[in-house]
Structures are given as C-alpha cells and as structure tokens.
Design a protein around this ligand. Structure first.
Ligand code: AMP
Length: 218
C-alpha cells in the first residue's frame, strides 16, 4: 500500500503517519525529517534547505524531487510507504506521478488530515519532537514521561526551530497557497481519504481506516 498524507503544519500528519507506519509496516518518508537530518549533519543539502525552512518557505522542487526519488529507490519502500510532507506543490505531484510511472508503481490513496486553524496554532506552539526518531509530543496534551527524553527511543526531545509563531504563520500561508490545491488535484483522481484530527489521533486514524476499507485498500 502506497500512501500520501496531506495536512497543514501541525495538523498531526506526522503522528498519524507514525501510527500507520507501525500498523501496516510501511516505510515512512518525511521530507521535513530528511531535511532536518541533513541540517544536523551539516551536509550541503541541509545548508541550502535551512535558509528556506527558517523562513517557512518551501525548499526548491529541484532539490526536493531528486531527494525523494533517491529515497523511493531504497529497498524498504518495495513493500509500501507513506509519503509525509511530499508532494507539497502540483509540480511535485506531477514529478511524483512521472517517477512512479517509470517504475510501474502508483499511489493507492491520499490521506487528507483536517484540523481547524485555531487548533493548529495552539498545538504547534507546544509541540516537541524527538531529534532521533521524529516522534511528536506536546508539553500540554501529550508530554514525555521524562522531560526532554523521548518515550519511544530515549532520544533528545526538542522544539523545532520553525515552530515559532512567526514561522508557523508563514508555513500556514505557504500551505494554503501551494499545498491545498493538491487536495483538489487528488480528489479528481478519486484518491482522497479524510481524517478529522480536531479531537485526537485515535479518531483521525479510525476515519482513515474506515475510508481505506471503503476503497478496498485494507
Ligand atoms: P515538515 O516537517 O513537513 O513540516 O517540513 C518542514 C519544512 O521543510 C517545510 O516548512 C519546508 O521548508 C521543508 N519541506 C518539507 N517538505 C518539503 C517539500 N515537499 N517541498 C519543499 N519543502 C519542503
């Protein structure tokens, strides 16, 4: 099963992707995580991506698309994957279609995570993430058992550099301008499955699984 998960920054798409990854043994490809790991390791890609990420802007398609193509060619993607944070523009979606067609592969469903804007702004400011495994926590709604230590892998739990009010506002604007049109793009192809994450991740996952069952994917 090959999935894409779409949602505004802070909508909980990473958390839902992590649950689905575990449950259905999918490779979890988060472009944001790959960029952050490159920044941490000081690679040329990380250096270039950082200047865009710090502003809440998108990293250019030329860098992003080839990075994803490379990742999708790895062995763990052969038995299914979930793309989290990619595609983010119509151009990226078209590039993805092209690269999958070359391999005789396709996307089975596009999960659209729905959350009200006010809830997003509130959640993002208290979000914390594990530097090592990418797990997401929240100092108010889902704190770690030990402060600053990941419950899952023991890694360092930090606040993302771009989770501040100013950058979140820019990221939301970028999302509505560039990424929201993708919902229409994939809806026309009959691929959209919605998950409402206004309340909690359990309800969101239940929505998604019910949509995947209706489509005969699980
Ligand atoms: P995320 O962790 O998905 O919220 O992504 C964090 C940041 O990484 C975004 O605000 C962008 O600057 C960059 N980024 C992640 N995925 C992409 C993508 N598909 N295209 C361009 N930039 C991206």
């Amino acid at each position: 099963m090959n999935l894409i998960i779409l949602g505004a920054p802070g909508s909980g798409k990473g958390t839902s992707a992590t649950v689905l990854r575990e449950k259905y043994s999918l490779a979890h490809i988060s472009t944001g995580d790959i960029f952050r790991s490159n920044i941490k390791n000081g690679t040329p890609l990380g250096l270039e991506a950082k200047s865009y990420m710090d502003k809440g802007a998108l990293v250019p398609d030329s860098l992003t698309v080839s990075m994803v193509e490379d990742r999708l060619s790895q062995d763990d993607c052969k038995s299914g994957y979930i793309l989290d944070g990619f595609p983010r523009t119509i151009a990226q979606a078209e590039a993805l279609e092209e690269m999958l067609a070359k391999k005789g592969d396709k996307i089975d469903a596009v999960l659209s995570i729905i959350v009200d804007d006010e809830i997003i702004k509130d959640r993002v400011s208290s979000r914390r993430v594990c530097e090592k495994c990418g797990a997401s926590f929240n100092v108010r709604f889902k704190p770690t058992k030990v402060e600053g230590v990941c419950d899952l892998c023991g890694g360092n739990v930090i606040q993302r550099a771009d989770d501040n009010e100013e950058t979140v506002a820019a990221r939301l604007e970028t999302y509505y301008k560039n990424t929201q049109p993708l919902i229409d793009f994939y809806d026309k192809k009959g691929l959209i499955v919605e998950g409402n994450n206004n309340v909690d991740a359990d309800k969101c996952i239940a929505d998604i699984e019910s949509g995947l069952k209706t489509k005969g994917i699980i």
